[in-house]
Design a protein around this ligand. Structure first.
Ligand SMILES: [Zn+2]
Length: 308
């Protein structure tokens, strides 16, 4: 059994009772299939091992993250993330796999998610940032020029809502930019400017039903203004007192890379309901699309009950 990471994990482990009996035969069959010549069979075996939170499965999956097919590596990494809390998984082979993974591989962020669940999430993020050339110290001149030009648009922000609208639109359009440096910079600029509160609120309020992706991007900036340190929840009262608007915020882990994404705007009742970050909204009673702060993939914050 894995070492509990927090006191809460420990309490949970104590109350969880003995681990459920493992279908040893089924597990052995799946582990054998990790060597099958057909990559589709290897990949589905890795996927199925997510249901086997054992040290044996952990060791086999830590081998499978070196498979020659990236889809198998991704499936193995996702399975590791799923069992990491209960099983012992060797970390070094997974970190080695991340080091070798190409920047455009479908397994890249799955490996980050696995490593985060195993412990060294920040080290994994640094490996990816280096691989992808993220970070201002590695930025090209063209990228820096672009970011400076965006910041210069902030000079247009003023009490004159009509005059500042074009500049606001240019900047807000980049909140979902593929480059995390641009996303973070634009978010910080908007969150730090008081004239942006009104148009961000308008987008959130008016577009939540018709364009939820844009609405949530705008809403998250308001959350960042109130909660820059990313506390897990911000109740409605705080937003009403400080900004005069009614949104609560909560955090959810990215379904792709596991990064905690704070400041997802939700109805107040959602703060007391269970939610889950998933890759699709299928089957959820209520879901909100979120662009991950780190990997930039879109994931869904899914609720089993509609909190509205
Ligand atoms: Zn992510």
């Amino acid at each position: 059994m894995a070492k509990p990471k927090t006191l809460w994990d420990r309490i949970r482990q104590l109350f969880a009772g003995p681990p459920p009996a493992v279908d040893e035969e089924g597990q052995a069959r799946l582990i054998a299939q990790l060597q099958h010549p057909d990559p589709a069979r290897r990949s589905s075996a890795a996927q199925a091992l997510a249901g086997f939170p054992t040290d044996v499965a952990g060791a086999a999956l830590a081998e499978a993250v070196r498979d020659r097919d990236p889809k198998v590596r991704a499936a193995a990494a996702d399975a590791i993330r799923a069992i990491a809390e209960l099983a012992r998984v060797p970390v070094t082979p997974v970190m080695d796999a991340l080091q070798l993974e190409p920047a455009d591989s479908p397994a890249l962020f799955a490996l980050v998610g696995a490593l985060r669940a195993l412990g060294p999430g920040e080290a994994a993020e640094r490996v990816v940032a280096e691989k992808c050339g993220w970070g201002i110290s590695r930025a090209s001149t063209a990228k820096i020029d672009d970011m400076v030009a965006l910041r210069e648009q902030m000079a247009e922000f003023s009490p004159d809502a009509v005059r500042m609208q074009p500049a606001f639109d240019t900047i807000a359009a980049r909140l979902g930019d593929p480059d995390p440096d641009v996303r973070a910079d634009v978010r910080n600029s908007l969150a730090g400017n008081r004239y942006s509160v009104r148009p961000l609120w308008a987008i959130y309020n008016e577009l939540l039903e018709s364009e939820p992706r844009r609405a949530v991007l705008a809403g998250r900036v308001l959350g960042h203004r109130l909660n820059p340190r990313g506390a897990s929840t911000v109740p409605l009262n705080t937003t009403i007192t400080q900004l005069g608007i009614a949104i609560a915020f909560m955090a959810c882990d990215c379904a792709w890379c596991g990064r905690k994404n704070p400041n997802v705007p939700v109805p107040q009742r959602a703060l007391t309901l269970g939610c889950q970050g998933r890759r699709s909204a299928e089957g959820a009673a209520y879901a909100l699309p979120v662009v991950c702060d780190f990997c930039g993939h879109e994931f869904q914050v899914c609720f089993e009950q509609d909190p509205r």
